[in-house]
Design a protein around this ligand. Structure first.
Ligand code: SAM
Length: 432
């Protein structure tokens, strides 16, 4: 099927063509009827207690337990609002699978190996990675491998279960930390959680692909009186409408979240993302392992990146909350700062460089050599171009990694630049 799609967040003024949906899409999946209950709820709340922060607005719109965007919708793919790299090509997940195994090997081949994905969407990335794990069975040997998914959306967790297990899962009662569990199609135990802290301790490789961009941000504006928080209020000219206002006095967030040396005029800060990355760093430091964070991000340079997507079009963020995707570029310099020196941070490096370092060109050649159908060949080449072309996703998306500090201890003792960094995907970087 040839479908016109607008790539989420990637040069939204250009239309991209996607030729085929990925394996884990389900043609029976329908977008749920949208409703405006969050809009009504927010109007009542602001009327009663005054303007709310952008973070509160974003949290309600995306993850309100009853009507939040991620809770209710299947937003990925042709019938949805955006498309992501794992949905575009199997090669993406395969190369990340090789990265996971390579880090497990480099870290000393722990007897247990937890693959943890934050915000797995439809499950396509984990599915491609698990296929690689099966193909590398002889390398992984008798290792006790398990899969752990952190997903806030019951709806998406059902799609993930279908994709990864063929629906071989049991939902667990009420408020248990593991709300669903089962066995993957490849025979591995798999569990679903709402929070990272509920995942068992142990050597883990964490993956977060387009996860941090969905975590609520606070917005701040520099004014003559100092930093002030941008809030969401009701438009007095049009009482059913929402608008941004700048707080008259400092808020708790504006007092504690702005760095002393900040020189931008407008800043977005994601403290919840900071807490999550601290938890990852802490676990990697104590239990071993690594994390790979992939998102469209910047190194503390961008200002106003908060935006909405609906039906592959840019969408006013204050309209129809709960019915459109809301997102903000990830400030990787902030995440790095929040790791607090507990781990070694690598990157950011562009998606193009990472995938090239991981051998995407050779993988494409192998697939093309084994494929004689002209339309599938064309699709493979088209997807490859989407992933690595600097004007498409190649430079927009950044890879950032956290490693246990012991992982590069030997390298740290060597003269700088005498050898490429011995971490797959990041070879050309200097260690930070
Ligand atoms: C933009 S989608 C990305 C999906 C997938 N990683 C991909 O790239 O195709 C964001 C994912 O994060 C999940 N998510 C959003 N906020 C979350 C939160 N606070 N806790 C756990 N999962 C969350 C969403 O339900 C969804 O699965």
């Amino acid at each position: 099927m040839r479908t016109l799609l607008r790539l989420k967040r990637v040069m939204p003024e250009v239309r991209w063509t996607m030729w085929q949906n990925r394996s884990c899409s389900n043609s029976s999946i329908q977008r749920l009827e949208s409703n405006s209950s969050i809009h009504k709820h927010l109007i009542s709340k602001i009327t009663a207690t005054g303007p709310i922060s952008v973070a509160e607005y974003m949290r309600e719109a995306l993850t309100n337990p009853v009507a939040g965007y991620y809770v209710k919708n299947d937003m990925l793919g042709a019938g949805g609002d955006f498309i992501t790299s794992p949905e575009i090509s199997q090669i993406f997940g395969e190369l990340l699978g090789v990265w996971c195994v390579s880090e497990w090997m480099a870290a000393g081949k722990s007897n247990t190996f937890q693959l943890v994905e934050l915000g797995p969407g439809r499950g396509s990335l984990a599915s491609d990675i698990l296929r690689v794990f099966s193909q590398l069975k002889t390398v992984l040997g008798e290792t006790d491998i398990s899969v752990h998914l952190v997903e806030v959306s019951p709806k998406l967790s059902q799609f993930q279960a279908e994709c990864l297990t063929g629906d071989n899962t049991q939902p667990n009662d009420g408020d248990q930390p593991v709300y669903r569990s089962g066995t993957t199609r490849t025979g591995l135990p798999i569990s679903w959680y709402r929070r990272i802290e509920d995942i068992p301790r142990g050597f883990s490789v964490f993956l977060a692909h387009e996860f941090f961009d969905a975590i609520p941000i606070h917005k701040f504006q520099r004014t003559e009186k100092g930093w002030r928080e941008v809030m969401v209020d009701i438009d007095p000219e049009s009482p059913g409408k929402l608008r941004f206002v700048v707080s008259h006095s400092p808020t708790l967030a504006s007092s504690i979240l702005i760095q002393k040396d900040e020189n931008r005029q407008h800043v977005e800060v994601c403290p919840e993302g900071g807490v999550i990355v601290q938890k990852l760093a802490n676990r990697i430091a104590e239990d071993g392992g690594a994390a790979l964070i992939v998102d469209y991000g910047h190194d503390g340079t961008k200002t106003d990146t908060f935006r909405g997507f609906k039906g592959h079009q840019l969408h006013n963020v204050l309209e129809a909350p709960g019915m459109a995707d809301l997102t903000a570029d990830v400030d990787i310099s902030y995440l790095r700062k929040m790791t607090g020196n507990e781990v070694t941070c690598l990157g950011p490096i562009t998606q193009r460089s990472f995938l090239k370092n991981m051998g995407i060109d050779s993988r494409l050649q192998v697939l093309l050599r084994n494929c004689h159908d002209p339309s599938t060949r064309a699709q493979l080449i088209h997807s490859y171009d989407m992933l690595i072309n600097p004007e498409k996703m190649g430079h927009r998306f950044q890879f950032f990694s956290l490693l246990n500090r012991g992982r590069l201890a030997q390298y740290r003792g060597m003269q700088k630049n005498t050898a490429p960094l011995p971490v797959a995907g990041f070879a050309e970087l200097d260690m930070q």
